[in-house]
Design a protein around this ligand. Sequence first.
Ligand code: AMP
Length: 374
Amino acid sequence: MQNNKPRLYGETIGIIGGGQLGRMMATMARHMGYRLIVLDPTPNCPAAQIADQQIVASYDDLDAVKQLAERSDVVTYEFENVDLSAARYLELEGLLPQGAHSLEITQDREKEKQAMVKSNQPVAPFSIVSNEVDLKTATETIGFPAVVKTCRGGYDGKGQIKLATHADLHHAKSLLAESDRLIYEAWVDFDCEISVVFTRAKNGQIIFFPIGENIHRDHILHTTIVPARVEPIVIERAKQAAVAIAETIDVVGTFAIELFVKNTDIYINELAPRPHNSGHYTIEACNVSQFEQHIRAICGLPLLPVHFHGAAVMVNLLGDNLNDYFTDVNRLNQGHVHMYGKDEIKLKRKVGHVTFVGQELDQLLDQLKTESLI
Ligand code: AMP
């Protein structure tokens, strides 16, 4: 049974996962006067540096999850790979307003695709592959180019391989040998990628943030440009898709939907049941951030209407490009800098981001290009 009483300042929010998303949630929750406890196996992880307490344990340690439940008035998570039995336990205890259902769906690409289809939303043609016979059938029905993705556990391009022609099929076979199910998906020759970040309250109210355009490098988000440079009909379609999917899986909290855009058609690619990297710009470019709105939703406070300054560009800092920025600190400081407090700086891992805010997108992009900031 969920407890419908609003959680107010002074009460404790438990967060499963202590990375950068947990850290930004915790920072906002702290501003709002909540106490925080983080469950994460890495001592002094990014979110623990902001929280009051950390339980150092693995995410599937049920004793640790019970401790978290005992010490929290409400619990949320920063990633979708939360242990499902832990999530169900927290839901039964009335502590997890987001419920276990949206986790169950977003942890598995097959269930995720089924939810998109059930919501009558467009997706690239796909097929589930459990063995080499299924794989052969998929090559015949869907063809090439295609991409194969593991149904569970992939992120930032891990667990997926593009297949240009038959000659690449051995890659799919090796991926299949490592995982029980794959999705075989038609390659979409998209014009651009966008994401819809929104927050849904327990009563079903949805508030959108402006839709951003995402540029990936090596499958990792590199830049988000807001507003997305797409036709108004695309924005309308993307929002309608978000409403349909949010209702199908009964979303609570901040949620993100990633889509491909080809002409004025959309194809839903992926769902994230949590604040999203492409929504970081909301911290400085909107009156309310995706993190504050998330805390409001899970604590049962009213969502705020969103007002946007007009233009934003967010650039991720990875282990790779961090040095480029740091050799010229002035360059970095033209924008709002966020560093995540990670102990180790690894190649291709996000260590921070910078957001540049303006009032008009063309002008902001021109300025950033002239100053070699993007
Ligand atoms: P995903 O892990 O599904 O978000 O995929 C990571 C990135 O790979 C996406 O943001 C796209 O840039 C690319 N990608 C994934 N699936 C497809 C597809 N079916 N067609 C074209 N590009 C894709």
